[in-house]
Design a protein around this ligand. Structure first.
Ligand SMILES: [Zn+2]
Length: 314
């Protein structure tokens, strides 16, 4: 295997998990709201796996999760072994919270005041539940806009992880959330232009999701229709996921190198997301996550929280 970054380069892995109420096929919200993918999914499946590998994951919590006492109890009980941050699905956030059929909102489509109030509400909800301030954030549907990062910095966040390199979300309805040319390694962003590197360090570090171009993504015209390769256990094989990690390590000039794997808590439970209908399918996703953790362990790559990264970069 090629680890061309060399043995002297430090490499870190973040596993950042968007945590939501139970969903189902087509991402439909289960009603009444339920949270088995928090209480059992994180409590009995994910956290024991991370514990076996000495890995520190980051759970990014949507507002409805923080309003559920049983979920908060489970998350508070593991708070010393993980990082807890926030994840905005605007429908669930005050002002104007409701229970949507599907979470389709992009926060970049709210006016600045509404976006600020929803982020403020989410952050206050978190602080009340966990008696500490969140440091890390990811937008639902990766939908940050020109106001998002400034609002987050004002609220005391030090990390955003909403940028998805080689992707834009125009087809999903948000051409504003375009990250095709964004860096793949952590950077200090221009707050009004999240995909751009600022000239000087700022208050908020952007840690993009690790995504590599599609194998044929360079082809003119048709190339952009091939899905880039995500560091994500949802589909594929352990070999394919490890290849994405190796590709990022080999092409990266960042020191240290940071890999950022994302998925959703609901993916590792049968029937609670579009990705796993059966126990075997849910197990396969967990198995691929374990394959990535084993790869990291073999190479001495520590799994750290998103909020730990700024101090490692400086
Ligand atoms: Zn989400």
């Amino acid at each position: 295997m090629s680890m061309s970054a060399g043995s002297d380069a430090s490499i870190y892995l973040c596993v950042s998990i968007d945590c939501e109420c139970d969903k189902g096929p087509g991402w439909k919200t289960r009603k009444p709201l339920s949270f088995a993918a928090i209480t059992a999914g994180i409590g009995e499946r994910l956290q024991p796996l991370f514990r076996r590998y000495g890995a520190k994951p980051t759970y990014l919590l949507s507002p409805e999760v923080i309003r559920d006492p049983a979920s908060v109890a489970v998350l508070a009980s593991i708070a010393g072994q993980c990082e807890l941050g926030t994840h905005l699905h605007g429908e669930f956030a005050e002002p104007g919270a409701f229970e949507p059929e599907v979470t389709s909102a992009f926060q970049c489509h709210y006016d600045r005041t509404t976006e600020q109030e929803k982020l403020r509400g989410l952050t206050a909800l978190f602080a009340d539940a966990f008696l500490t301030k969140p440091r890390s954030f990811r937008a639902g549907r990766f939908g940050i806009g020109p106001h998002s990062l400034g609002i987050l910095a004002d609220l005391g966040y030090t990390v955003d992880s909403s940028v998805t390199p080689f992707k834009d979300w125009a087809q999903a309805g948000a051409p504003e959330a375009s990250f095709r040319r964004a860096p793949t390694q952590p950077y200090w962003p221009v707050l009004e232009k999240p995909a751009q590197i600022a000239a000087v360090p700022g208050p908020l570090l952007e840690i993009p999701v690790t995504i590599r171009p599609a194998a044929l993504g360079w082809l003119p015209l048709v190339g952009r229709h091939f899905e880039p390769r995500w560091l994500r256990p949802t589909k594929g094989s352990v070999e394919q996921i490890v290849a994405v990690a190796e590709d990022e390590i080999a092409t990266s000039s960042g020191r240290p190198i940071v890999l950022n794997c994302m998925f959703h808590n609901v993916e590792i439970m049968p029937g609670l997301s579009p990705y796993a209908q059966t126990e075997a399918e849910a197990d396969a996703i967990l198995g691929r996550l374990e394959g990535l953790l084993a790869f990291a362990a073999r190479h001495g790559i520590a799994t750290v929280g998103l909020g730990d990264v700024p101090s490692l970069i400086c």
